[in-house]
Ligand binder design. Structure first.
Ligand SMILES: [Zn+2]
Length: 310
């Protein structure tokens, strides 16, 4: 099931109809947008046994079902092991691609979190990309395309993915049997990421954690500095993933910005900030995420500077 991403879907469907599917595709965009689900649906479409292209993927034929279960003999999913994607995995892939397809007209490959390929694995993969054997469809999925070799990037067609509209996530959740209220809550808190809404459904603890982080944030915004610094101190002790928390803050303030622009009331966004103040805060959070992820800046110091602005 593909939630939104209609432009990307139409583009690839058209390429398929014209017989011009690129040999290598790169699906790039933030995590939890549904890139892997989208890739699986496209691979189903390419291999579906229904003769009517507009009815593909039918989800019923043996090909669609085996791809869904990830047991189709001509479909290979490469995922990171403990230490990323190793050269041995890419060598195995090369061997599997060397034989003819069993059932399908295409051999299809998804390399999930492709940026976790080691440098050796990337060089080895480049050979597969350069020397297509028969009809193969290679789909790389990544949040960080800049971590791939430029020689790989120049040989793939890039397809970008963006956050999905809240209404689309909500409608999907309702179609899956959720109540209106629950669907509204999950779509609001998933901030454009269908995968996150599904995570919340499967693991309610994650939803509670996100709600807690948002209510903490609202509380510190309304507290004197001394409490803000104390909260940061506790946060740094308990949390392994500061980036994730800052991203929740970022999403919260982005939502507040949109709400302010639309001048609408929202249950989790009773913003007391002006438009320019919100823009300023967003910029600060983005910079802090950037510094914490890419430099040796002291995280506590960076966060203290940030909460001064809230
Ligand atoms: Zn089918």
């Amino acid at each position: 099931m593909v939630i939104d991403h209609q432009k990307q879907w139409q583009f690839l469907k058209k390429s398929f109809k014209l017989g011009r599917i690129p040999h290598g595709l790169l699906f790039q965009g933030q995590e939890k947008l549904g890139k892997k689900t989208f890739a699986l649906e496209f691979i189903k479409l390419v291999n579906c046994q229904n003769n009517e292209i507009s009815a593909r993927p039918c989800q019923k034929c043996i090909s669609c079902q085996e791809i869904e279960k990830r047991i189709h003999p001509d479909f290979i999913l490469v995922e990171p092991l403990k230490k990323g994607i190793q050269i041995s995995q890419i060598r195995d892939l090369g061997l599997r691609l060397a034989s003819k397809p069993y059932l399908a007209s295409f051999k299809s490959v998804i390399i999930d979190q492709a940026h976790l390929m080691s440098p050796e694995a990337q060089s080895c993969f480049l050979k597969t990309l350069e020397e297509p054997k028969g009809k193969t469809l290679l789909i790389l999925i990544t949040e960080y395309p800049e971590r791939l070799l430029p020689t790989i990037l120049s040989r793939v067609q890039k397809i970008k993915f963006y956050p999905v509209k809240k209404a689309d996530i909500k409608n999907y959740l309702i179609s899956q049997g959720l109540s209106e209220n629950k669907a509204e809550e999950l779509s609001l808190l998933s901030f454009g990421k269908p995968g996150r809404a599904l995570d919340f459904l499967q693991k309610p603890a994650k939803l509670d954690n996100q709600k807690q982080k948002i209510s903490d944030l609202i509380e510190i915004c309304n507290s004197p500095l001394v409490f803000r610094f104390q909260y940061l101190k506790d946060l740094l002790l308990e949390s392994k993933n500061l980036k994730e928390i800052l991203e929740i803050w970022l999403r919260y303030f982005r939502n507040a910005l949109i709400t302010t622009i639309n001048n609408q009331q929202s249950t989790i966004n009773q913003s007391r900030y002006s438009l320019s103040k919100l823009k300023n805060i967003l910029e600060h959070i983005q910079n802090t995420i950037f510094y914490i992820s890419t430099t040796n800046v002291n995280p506590r110091l960076a966060l203290e500077v940030l909460v001064l602005e809230l």
